[in-house]
Design a protein around this ligand. Structure first.
Ligand code: SAH
Length: 343
């Protein structure tokens, strides 16, 4: 692996400084910057730069370093799953979804994950490394360029735990929010965490109106610890109290993700206990029928179980939705992303 600097890791000011150091006039950085955020990451195709300049830049820098290794398009709903090869040969996955309000991407934040949730396909990969700001950016830029459309929404729910790569994730979100980059509003970004308590409290103080999802998946410590190792580090009470603090500081509604696993966390008793804990808080519960993952024995709850669970929460005045499943024919659903099938 070579150690070329990544143009996408740099702020505009840093890019400008680097090109001036190479002897180029200031307007050149602006041109390169425009190309990058238009999704053109092939330096040799930046056609308004002189050829020798393109060669010199390509010699010294990379732009994201991602290659599309594979692309799968769902026949059911057009959802696309991209497998990207990183500059060091590692593979990550990202998903593009089309909604009535626009295009949304689901991005990976790490190569692998060290959280070890029992129902998740990314768990057994272990954690290899964090993605850089440039690699976070490149996922959305390459996909936008590939489809030739503006991407308006983004969720950080792919492989990895975003709050385990906190600084890069925050820098990335601030970067794409800028008017001279992708101009994506913070309100159209969602970050999802398995519940790293100190980071939730830190995130509350960042002063950016990004939506927060918390993966709860259980109404008590006993069940939560069984399926989510992170629950041994912070109890459910500690987690929910951090969430209340988050809401107090930001006045923002938290979405609790709850994957419905047959005979594990889907009883009416579970629903009642959960409702007691969440009632009166500013929240929304998203029930996800757990997705099948090869080699994992969990089954999804029946429709009826999910409806009954939903009804119990609603009786307590808690807003609940059942997650629509997109891309089920290409293994693009929650928890199914993993760096496999590449040889
Ligand atoms: N690490 C972060 C974000 C990545 S996972 C987090 O834990 O929130 C995005 C969501 O998919 C999480 O709520 C996660 O718990 C859920 N998930 C993982 N595997 C799943 C599966 N097999 N079926 C349904 N949801 C799953």
């Amino acid at each position: 692996m070579d150690n070329k600097r990544d143009l996408l890791d740099m702020t505009f000011e840093e890019l400008n400084g680097a090109l001036i150091a190479l002897g180029y006039p200031a307007y050149r950085a602006k041109q390169v910057h425009q190309w990058l955020y238009s999704g053109q990451l092939d330096i040799n195709s930046m056609t308004n730069l002189p050829k020798d300049m393109r060669e010199r830049i390509a010699d010294q820098f990379i732009a994201g370093g991602l290659k599309i290794a594979k692309k799968l398009i769902s026949k059911i709903d057009g959802t696309r799953k991209y497998l990207f090869e990183l500059k060091d040969g590692n593979i990550i996955e990202s998903v593009l979804m089309k909604y009535h309000y626009g295009y949304s991407v689901c991005l990976s934040t790490q190569v692998g994950c060290r959280m070890g949730c029992a129902f998740c396909a990314s768990a057994d990969l272990g954690m290899i490394r964090n993605l850089t700001v440039g690699e976070l950016l490149a996922q959305i830029l390459v996909i936008g360029h590939d489809i030739g459309e503006r991407i308006s929404h983004l969720v950080l729910m792919g492989i990895g735990e975003p709050f385990d790569n906190y600084d890069n994730v925050l820098e990335f979100m601030r970067r794409i929010n800028r008017e001279d980059t992708l101009n994506i509003s913070f309100r159209k970004m969602t970050v999802s965490t398995c519940g790293i308590v100190p980071r939730i409290l830190e995130f509350a103080r960042e002063g950016i109106p990004v939506s927060l999802s918390v993966s709860l998946h259980a109404p008590n410590d006993e069940i939560r610890q069984r399926i989510m190792p992170v629950a041994r580090r912070w109890s459910l009470d500690e987690l929910l109290s951090a969430c209340r603090e988050y809401t107090k500081i930001t006045s923002r509604r938290i979405t609790y993700e709850y994957s419905m696993i047959e005979n594990v966390n889907d009883s009416l008793e579970c629903a009642g206990v959960l409702a007691e804990k969440l009632k009166g808080t500013l929240c929304h519960v998203n029930l996800i029928p757990v997705n099948r993952v090869e080699g994992i024995a969990f089954s999804k709850s029946s429709r009826k179980r999910i409806e009954d669970f939903k009804y119990t929460l609603e009786k307590y005045g808690i807003p609940v939705t059942v997650r629509r499943e997109l891309g089920s024919d290409i293994m693009a659903a929650c928890g199914q992303l993993r760096r496999n099938n590449i040889t």
